[in-house]
Design a binder for this molecule. Structure first.
Ligand SMILES: [Fe+2]
Length: 389
């Protein structure tokens, strides 16, 4: 543990030196109509639009395309991004960008298209296999003009310096972390979120809550990240069930979109923790959606971590009008219930629990500023609670 603590301590000092910028923010109902003007101001002439087939078929790209056309900006749509974007998605996207001689990128969608676009941008400026961009500060070169337009309120990817990529051949996920991949512009339009299905509203909202909590209880938190974490936590407890029950409630959608952005601002500076470490491994091995994996894991991981961060959890409890760490953890579990989040992973293979745990602990230790350290045995016991039946 001493080694992990030393590495985390060194990273903490490095974090103080590396300045993480904020994207230029455009926010509000129907602000998508300003996308063309904003991209023109960045010199965009031909844009690669990175999205997925569902977003495209739902017509969520239409207003964007109209706005670009109105400014005389050409575009080509790459809509083959899969949930948990793969190395292949990124390679194809980068090829399309080059073949079509684009000079700017817009990502529109959930975390997958935004992360995919970040990695495409990285591959364009650093022409090497995506795997070799894994880790911290491997890009270090300005990306082409880049706008992110989230259509879910959860990942906060529009505000972060990380892109998570899947390597299906290794059944693993890895991250590219570099301030260079932060979008220049984040355009947050809640009208794009009104049609989001309930399970996605629930899972992505709980992803945002996980960002807010993990960044708050970890040891890299600062007054700035605390402000974002607590604001996001308060909004999520206030508005997520409304957004879930009535997807057309524009106020709830907007507040959740802001919460997602705020939680993104917090965790890109103060990192995440064990919930994400296990969720990434479960996503890599079984393709379990990221937000759903986080939501299922979150209350159980908090119970395990409570001895190490009881004060911090109590502060979060106060943010939502409660008074103890236990009450806060209970409230997280209750929120899951209201959102019909399941309590197990049917895909989980008992025989793979030791490997998943090993990989999750390897991801967390020395990388994430976790409040306390879990052992392999504790990690395996945690996962066994999620076996079906
Ligand atoms: Fe996340």
């Amino acid at each position: 543990m001493l080694l992990y603590k030393t590495v985390v301590g060194i990273n903490k000092q490095l974090n103080k030196i590396i300045t993480i910028p904020f994207p230029e923010l455009e926010m509000g109902a129907n602000c998508i109509t300003k996308a063309g003007e904003l991209m023109a101001s960045k010199g965009a002439q031909k844009v690669l639009i990175v999205t997925d087939a569902m977003i495209h078929s739902l017509g969520l790209t239409t207003a964007l395309c109209d706005s670009l056309t109105a400014q005389g900006i050409e575009f080509v749509i790459y809509d083959e991004v899969k949930p948990n974007p793969t190395i292949a998605n990124i390679a194809v996207g980068a090829d399309v960008y080059k073949e079509q001689q684009c000079n700017a990128i817009i990502a529109i969608g959930g975390g997958s298209p935004i992360d995919c676009a970040k990695a495409i941008g990285a591959k364009i400026v650093r022409d090497k296999p995506v795997r070799r961009l894994a880790g911290k500060l491997k890009v270090r070169k300005k990306l082409p003009p880049f706008m992110a337009i989230p259509t879910t309120a959860g990942t906060g990817s529009e505000a972060t310096v990380a892109a998570v990529v899947s390597d299906p051949s290794a059944r693993e996920k890895f991250a590219i972390v570099d301030p260079a991949i932060l979008p220049d512009l984040a355009l947050i339009d809640p009208t794009l979120m009104v049609g989001l299905p309930k399970p996605i509203t629930a899972a992505t909202g709980m992803d945002a809550l996980t960002h807010a909590i993990e960044s708050f209880i970890g040891t890299y938190h600062t007054p700035l990240t605390d402000k974002y974490s607590t604001q996001a936590t308060e909004k999520i407890f206030k508005y997520l069930t409304t957004a879930f029950e009535d997807g057309n409630d524009l106020e709830a959608r907007e507040q959740m979109a802001i919460a997602s952005y705020e939680a993104g601002c917090a965790f890109t500076r103060a990192y995440v923790g064990y919930v994400h470490a296990f969720a990434h491994q479960l996503g890599g091995m079984y393709n379990i959606p990221h937000g759903l994996a986080n939501a299922i894991l979150l209350p159980e991981v908090l119970k395990l971590l409570k001895p190490y961060c009881e004060k911090r959890l109590q502060l979060l409890a106060e943010v939502i009008g409660l008074d103890t760490a236990e009450a806060f953890i209970q409230a997280v579990g209750d929120l899951n219930k209201k959102l019909a989040i399941p309590t197990s992973f049917p895909e989980l293979n008992a025989g793979e629990i030791p490997l998943i745990t090993q990989r999750a602990l390897a991801e967390a230790h020395g990388t994430y500023p976790v409040p306390g350290y879990l052992t392999q045995q504790q990690g395996e016991a945690l996962l066994r609670r999620f076996l079906k039946g």
